[in-house]
Unconditional design. Structure first.
Length: 151
C-alpha cells in the first residue's frame, strides 16, 4: 500500500477515469457506481468518495476481501448434478435460493438440488476481475478522490 501512496502524487485522473469506466481491465463501473444512483452488482462507492480517505481506498482496491460490505458476501453452491453457482444472495424461500450474478441475472437454485452451500469471505472483485497494479490503484484512487463528476 505504501507504493500506492507514493504514486498518488503522479496519478492521472484521466487514466483513473478510463480504468474505472472501461469494459475491460479494472472496469469498476461494470459493478460499482460513485453517485448513489446506479444499482449494480457491487456496492455503490459514494461512501469512499465522501470519506476521501486514500488509505481506505487503496486498501479496498488492493485487498478487497479485507472488508466486505454487508449483503455483498459471495455465495457458492454445488448442485447434486455437479454444477457450481456463485453470486450474491438475493432471496431464500422454503424451496429455493436466488442468487444475483455479476451480469445481474437472477439464478434460482432448487433447495432439493443443493449438495453444498457456503458463504465465501472472498470479494467478488477477486472472483470476477482480479488484481490491479499499484499505479492503476493510484489512478483509480485519484478518480475516486475527485468524486462522481463526469465520465
Amino acid at each position: 500500500m505504501g507504493s500506492v501512496l507514493l504514486l498518488l502524487g503522479k496519478a492521472s485522473l484521466e487514466r483513473g477515469k478510463a480504468l474505472f469506466f472501461t469494459s475491460t481491465g479494472a472496469g469498476c463501473a461494470m459493478c460499482h457506481s460513485t453517485d448513489g444512483w446506479q444499482q449494480g452488482f457491487g456496492p455503490d462507492l459514494a461512501f469512499l468518495v465522501k470519506k476521501k480517505d486514500l488509505r481506505h481506498i487503496a486498501r479496498s482496491l488492493l485487498q478487497p476481501s479485507e472488508e466486505i460490505k454487508e449483503g455483498y458476501t459471495t455465495q457458492w453452491i454445488l448442485t447434486s448434478s455437479g454444477k457450481v453457482v456463485t453470486g450474491l444472495l438475493k432471496a431464500e424461500t422454503g424451496n429455493s435460493v436466488e442468487l444475483v450474478q455479476q451480469d445481474l441475472m437472477l439464478v434460482a437454485v432448487d433447495k432439493n438440488q443443493i449438495e453444498e452451500q457456503q458463504s465465501q469471505r472472498v470479494s467478488a472483485v477477486l472472483l470476477f476481475g482480479g488484481l490491479i497494479a499499484p499505479r492503476q490503484v493510484a489512478d483509480i484512487a485519484a478518480k475516486l478522490l475527485q468524486g462522481p463528476g463526469g465520465k
